[in-house]
Design a protein around this ligand. Structure first.
Ligand code: FE2
Length: 377
């Protein structure tokens, strides 16, 4: 998660970027109550209604609500009957990310290229059409039950995807300034990190841009290891964590136990004004991990001059870290569903391209205090 530091070559042009990806197209979460989850993302996180698919569009087995904020689209999907794959997923994992959809120019090519390099198929290239044009989607499996769906939408003018209708509602709260998905972190089982690093290198042409070991990310009690994978243009960054042996159960162990397998640990959303964004999120009920106030007493010594006043950072619990290229501000929500599994990071980059290594220790200790309360440390 809070990752870094053996920084590797900046531009990741080497790995043969055979699969150009324009960005994250959408994230689909399987949740037990999509209608209520959509309301949470609107009211608490500033998303607005975009699209809907379900009984009213001819589906009988599931419904999906799509919410949007700037370039971020979340699809919240629930089953309408028993005995579905979606229901099985929720039974095993609780609410969580099923699909990371990647926006590509050619979903057929992306699929074929990945399959040739050893991917496991989730969805063969499929053309979906409606009056607004056509979308081609294909998909492959990654860690756990997570899949990557390639989305080709250059011939589509509709609101989201064929099969969806506009979701019109009179309640659309003002956005909180969230702009795009900065990175998305996966937790994998002990000993599996390098396997998935190799998958992203071999199958998807990604490059490892950073790594850190359990000596760098540890507290007195727990530890983890992480490697950060990036596609060629850097728009897709997937840190991959695995637990490391420690005196007590780490946050990654807790995740794997409650998620019952590997999965998406956190989604980092970028903002241009983290103080304003976090204040709004807090005032709408989002809860954040808090570090001790002493963190701010030594902040200037640690990170040097920054544009922001310390007072609002201290008030809101926003963390700061610096690397060779600049600094970043970040904060982490508490977990956002029944199980202590997935959470969000809010991040503002001011030149820094890393992930906040200087904050690991304070953060992990904050996480351990949460685990302690849950009796899972
Ligand atoms: Fe992160």
């Amino acid at each position: 998660m809070f990752d870094t530091v053996t920084t590797m070559p900046k531009l990741h042009k080497d790995a043969g970027d055979f699969m150009p990806i324009n960005g994250t197209d959408y994230l689909e979460l399987y949740v037990s109550n999509a209608k209520q989850a959509a309301h949470f993302y609107k009211s608490a996180m500033g998303f607005k209604s975009l699209a809907y698919a379900g009984l009213e569009t001819g589906l009988r087995d599931r419904e999906s609500y799509v919410v949007e904020q700037d370039k971020i689209r979340l699809v919240l999907t629930s089953p309408l009957t028993s005995g579905t794959e979606i229901g099985r997923h929720i039974d095993q994992h609780g609410d969580g990310v099923k699909v990371t959809a990647l926006w590509v120019d050619d979903a057929t090519y992306a699929y074929k290229a990945a399959m040739k390099r050893g991917a496991k198929s989730f969805m063969t290239p499929t053309v979906e059409k409606d009056e607004y044009g056509q979308v081609v989607r294909s998909g492959i499996h990654t860690y756990g039950d997570v899949v990557h769906v390639f989305v080709e939408r250059k011939d589509y003018k509709g609101i989201f995807l064929p099969g969806y209708k506009a979701w019109k509602t009179s309640y659309n709260p003002t956005p909180v300034g969230l702009k795009f998905v900065d990175h998305m972190v996966g937790n994998v089982e002990l000993g599996k990190m390098n396997e998935w690093v190799k998958f992203y290198q071999d199958v998807m042409g990604f490059t490892q841009i950073m790594s850190f070991d359990d000596k760098e990310i540890s507290t007195e009690y727990t530890a983890l290891m992480s490697k950060v994978m990036s596609n060629g243009n850097g728009r897709i960054k997937f840190p991959i964590n695995e637990p490391a042996p420690g005196l007590k159960k780490s946050q990654v162990d807790e995740y794997l136990e409650f998620y019952e397998g590997a999965g998406v640990q956190h989604i980092a959303l970028a903002t241009d004004d983290i103080i304003d964004t976090v204040r709004q999120l807090r005032d709408r009920g989002i809860e954040f991990l808090q570090v001790p106030s002493t963190y701010y007493d030594v902040l200037h010594e640690r990170v040097g001059e920054i544009d922001e006043d310390i007072a609002p950072l201290r008030e809101l619990g926003i963390l700061v870290d610096r690397d060779e290229e600049g600094y970043l501000l970040q904060i982490f929500t508490k977990t956002v569903q029944a199980r202590p599994t997935m959470f969000f990071e809010i991040i503002q980059r001011k030149g820094a391209t890393s992930f906040g290594k200087g904050n690991f220790k304070a953060l992990f200790e904050a996480l351990e205090r949460e685990q302690e309360l849950r009796g899972t440390l």
